[in-house]
Design a binder for this molecule. Structure first.
Ligand SMILES: Cc1cc2nc3c(=O)[nH]c(=O)nc-3n(C[C@H](O)[C@H](O)[C@H](O)COP(=O)(O)O)c2cc1C
Ligand code: SF4
Ligand code: SF4
Length: 258
């Protein structure tokens, strides 16, 4: 692989685990790295075209069996005819749904040559007792295996036709009923949560206030808050949590598709 190669990571990662995996995969390649963090990316409709010497690593979290709607829209601006793409989704040890199919479909429609697709598991960003601490050492070994195999496929310069699990039409995109709330007694008014929210759901006059019509429970504000002032604390969350933790307690393992 030429040192002229540019590796671009494209990810949406409210609680940072998808970002971590994308960076790990990118680290197996030589060349310069370009980062496209879709959480912070302003969608002005401008198309980004990749070309010769580009490789992209695209990672998305699974939201209710799909990729997050806002991330999907932003990803549609990234195109590259026959540019090698490594695709993965990152789930919280619950259901995959049609997320990986949706992701590989978008990339193929936008011209990319999807050389490998992965399904990884990380700590659940809402129910954090599920898959706690993942990705762990065992996951990192599997990420290594996946990256090495993808690298050899790229070196072979073949047009790939990766098949992944999922159905069409995709399952309906449902917004979860868990909304972020703020404990005013802990808030120090640093406004980090306001800057990170992809839906502009937190008031920039008073970050204690969150518009629950806009909030999709992505978890970005909960993870960025330095004071642990933000959480999903609510009646419905407290009722659901023990049931969910029990239901998804059995460890799932990563899967790859080539
Ligand atoms: C709104 C929402 C919906 C989710 N739905 C699913 C799901 O359907 N299946 C699953 O396994 N995990 C689900 N998760 C968990 C995330 O996919 C998982 O924690 C992922 O690692 C988060 O990635 P991040 O750290 O990059 O934000 C959901 C998380 C959120 C916030
Ligand atoms: S307020 Fe809701 S949408 Fe905004 S960052 Fe927090 S969880 Fe995500
Ligand atoms: S990130 Fe936390 S401390 Fe900072 S304004 Fe938001 S809720 Fe308050």
């Amino acid at each position: 692989m030429s040192t002229l190669t540019k590796i671009s990571t494209i990810y949406f990662s409210p609680s940072s685990t998808t970002k971590k995996i994308a960076e790990k995969i990118a680290s197996y390649f030589e060349g310069s790295v370009e980062i496209h963090d879709l959480l912070m990316y302003e969608d002005d409709g401008e198309i980004k075209e990749f070309g010769d010497f580009d490789i992209v690593v695209v990672g998305m979290p699974v939201f209710a069996g799909r990729i997050p709607e806002i991330a999907r829209k932003k990803l549609e601006n990234f195109k590259g005819v026959d540019v090698p793409a490594i695709a993965f989704v990152n789930k919280g040890n619950a259901n995959l749904g049609d997320a990986l199919l949706e992701l590989t479909d978008i990339l193929k429609e936008n011209g990319f040559n999807v050389v490998g697709a992965g399904e990884f598991i990380s700590q659940h960003s809402i129910f954090t007792e599920v898959a706690k601490g993942r990705p762990d050492e065992k996951d990192l070994e599997r990420i290594n295996e996946f990256a090495v195999k993808c690298k050899s496929k790229i070196e072979d310069h073949v047009k790939c036709d990766v098949e992944v699990p999922g159905n069409k039409p995709y399952c309906e995109y449902k917004v979860v009923p868990f909304k972020a709330v703020c404990d005013e007694s802990l808030c120090t008014f640093c406004y980090d949560c306001v800057s990170v929210c992809p839906h502009d759901a937190i008031s920039d006059d008073d970050p204690v206030l969150t518009d629950h019509e806009k909030c999709d429970g992505c978890s970005a504000c909960v993870f960025i808050c330095p004071e642990d002032a933000r959480s999903f604390n609510s009646e419905i969350f407290n009722q659901t949590e023990p049931v969910f933790v029990e239901k998804f307690s059995k460890r799932q393992e990563p899967e790859f598709y080539f």
